[in-house]
Design a protein. Structure first.
Length: 286
C-alpha cells in the first residue's frame, strides 16, 4: 500500500502487521510495520518536513477561487494597515516606553530562530522518542512551518528592502538587496516565527478560548517589535497572514501522510474583511 507525495515517498502505516517497502529521500528501506525503529521514524518524518515545505511553496499553483479571494483580502488588509503605518508606529513606540522589560524580552526571544527551533525541535523529539505519532506529527508541522516561513521571510526582507521605523526614514523608503539590517523591515520575521508556532499548537485544541489565548501569546513578539520601533504595522499584518497560510497548507499535506490527527473536524477557515465606520480589519473565523 502506498501514498505518493511530491517527493514520491510511500506512506508509512503505523500499527499494521504487514510488511511494506518504503522509498524515501534517503534510499530504499525495508520496514517491518509495527516494529519501526526510532531511526526509521526519524527518516520518515524528515522527508515529510521537506515535503511540507515544498508543498507550501508550490501550493499557489493549485489555488482555487476562494484561495485567491483570501489572498485579495490579505493584500487589502496589508494595504489598509500600510496607510496607518506612520500614525500607528508613533503610537506603539510611545507605548513601548511603558511596557515591562520582561514582556519585551519575551517577545524578542520567542521570535528568534534559535529559540524557535529549541521549542519546535523539543516537541518533535519528545514525540519521536516516546513513539507518539500524534506528537511527532505536531512536531513535523511546527518544524516544517517554521522552516518554510523562516526562509521566505529572509528572501522577502532582502528583496523588498524596506526601511525600519527605527532608522528614521519614512515607511516609503525601499532599498532592495541592501545588506544593512535597517532595510530588512518587511515582513516581520519575529512575528512570522512566533505566530506560526502559536497557530500550529492551537490546532491541538478544539476549545476556542484556548485557541484565542494561544493566538494572543503568539502576537506578543509582533507587538514587541512595534513597541521597539523595529517594524511597521503592515510588516506585522503580513507576517501573521503568511503564518496562517503556511500552517494551513502544511497541515493539509500532513493529513495524507499520517494516520493520527489531533482534531477530526473539518479544517476550514473563513476570511472576511470587516469594514465599518469605526473599524477596519481582517476577521478570521475558526
Amino acid at each position: 500500500m502506498s501514498c505518493s507525495s511530491i517527493f514520491g515517498q510511500e506512506k508509512l502505516q503505523i500499527g499494521s502487521e504487514t510488511t511494506l517497502s518504503c522509498s524515501s529521500i534517503f534510499g530504499q528501506e525495508k520496514l517491518q510495520i509495527g516494529s519501526e525503529t526510532t531511526w526509521e521514524l526519524f527518516k520518515y518524518d524528515t522527508a515529510r518536513i521537506f515535503g511540507g515545505m515544498g508543498y507550501v511553496y508550490g501550493r499557489p499553483l493549485y489555488w482555487e477561487k476562494e484561495d485567491w479571494f483570501a489572498l485579495g483580502g490579505v493584500t487589502l488588509a496589508t494595504g489598509l494597515s500600510y496607510l496607518l503605518d506612520d500614525a500607528s508606529s508613533e503610537l506603539f513606540v510611545n507605548q513601548g516606553k511603558y511596557v515591562p522589560t520582561a514582556i519585551m524580552d519575551y517577545g524578542f526571544n520567542v521570535g528568534s530562530p534559535q529559540n524557535n527551533y529549541m521549542i519546535t525541535g523539543g516537541v518533535y523529539l519528545t514525540g519521536l522518542f516516546i513513539k507518539s505519532e500524534k506528537l511527532r506529527r505536531t512536531g513535523v508541522l511546527l518544524v516544517s512551518s517554521a522552516s518554510a516561513v523562516g526562509l521566505l521571510q529572509q528572501l522577502l526582507k532582502s528583496a523588498v528592502g524596506r526601511a525600519r521605523p527605527i532608522s528614521g526614514m519614512s515607511k516609503d523608503t525601499f532599498r532592495p538587496f541592501n545588506s544593512n539590517r535597517e532595510f530588512h523591515s518587511f515582513p516581520s520575521g519575529h512575528t512570522m516565527l512566533a505566530f506560526t508556532n502559536a497557530y500550529a499548537i492551537a490546532k491541538q485544541f478544539k476549545n476556542k478560548w484556548i485557541k484565542t489565548g494561544l493566538y494572543g501569546v503568539g502576537l506578543v513578539p509582533g507587538l514587541s517589535r512595534l513597541w521597539d520601533g523595529e517594524h511597521w504595522l503592515s510588516d506585522v499584518v503580513m507576517g501573521i497572514a503568511v503564518s496562517i497560510f503556511t500552517v494551513e497548507a502544511i497541515d493539509k499535506y500532513l493529513d495524507n501522510e499520517y494516520d493520527k490527527k489531533y482534531n477530526m473536524e473539518d479544517k476550514k477557515i473563513d476570511w472576511r474583511l470587516n469594514l465599518t465606520p469605526s473599524q477596519v480589519g481582517l476577521v478570521i473565523d475558526f
